[in-house]
Ligand binder design. Structure first.
Ligand code: DX5
Ligand code: ZN
Length: 216
């Protein structure tokens, strides 16, 4: 599988100093930014959308991995791509025909990911897998940072990795120095991290500790 990477999640960051946050993350070795978009409908929380993606796009060359926690991903996919998103991940629970949604996003010329919450069975993904570049296995219920890691994600990662050796796998929720190793062992490539970076003063040290824990 791919080279593992830690993706900071812009959810618990300082939105009053977004430029500074991005600079600190870049300095800490970040290669990809994970952007958490919530609509107050698919999840009970709201965050931000295209203007922030567009603003970030003007300040960094890092790929922008946009996690759409919204009810109607296709209604905003084109606008997100125009704003500068490089990868759009939508939730299988949000749509009727996930394979068709994946294909439509892919046709916009970006990478496409499909996400599933801890309660959602893997079987729901089957038909979409030929149309996606990545699966995002949620290890918390989408909606809030700072929740407790649900190990059901590890089982899903193992099953997916065994069946699809080349599929890009991402995990999101409750990832810290104690959960990142088991997630890597289960076959995960990309590790989204909120609290375990942003609740620390020194992002560089926090990311270095996470990188160490992946390697162990
Ligand atoms: C949850 C978001 C995550 C979250 C991760 O809905 O998708 O990206 O910010 O935060 P932590 O690492 O605190 O669980
Ligand atoms: Zn996320």
């Amino acid at each position: 599988s791919a080279t593992p990477a830690v993706l900071p999640s812009l959810l618990l960051c300082d939105f009053g100093d977004l430029k500074g946050e991005v600079a600190r993350l870049a300095d800490a070795g970040t290669k990809v930014l994970h952007l958490d978009v919530m609509d107050g409908h698919f999840v009970p929380n709201m965050t931000y959308a295209m203007p922030i993606v567009e603003g970030l796009r003007r300040h960094t060359d890092m790929p922008l991995d946009v996690h759409l926690m919204i009810s109607d991903p296709l209604a905003y996919a084109k606008a997100m791509v125009d704003a500068g998103a490089d990868m759009l991940t939508f939730h299988v629970e949000a749509v009727k025909d996930a394979a068709a949604v994946a294909q439509e996003i892919s046709d916009l010329g970006v990478n496409v990911g499909i996400a599933l919450n801890p309660e959602t069975p893997l079987a729901l993904l089957r038909e979409s897998l030929p149309h996606v570049d990545m699966v995002l296995v949620m290890s918390v219920e989408a909606g809030f940072g700072g929740q407790k890691f649900n190990p059901v994600a590890l089982e899903k990662l193992q099953v997916l990795r065994k069946e699809f050796p080349d599929l890009l796998l991402q995990i999101d929720g409750g990832i810290d120095t104690s959960t990142i190793g088991p997630a890597r062992e289960a076959g995960c490539d990309l590790f989204v991290v909120g609290s375990a970076i942003f609740k620390k003063d020194d992002y560089k040290a926090a990311i270095a500790e996470l990188d160490d824990a992946i390697a162990k």
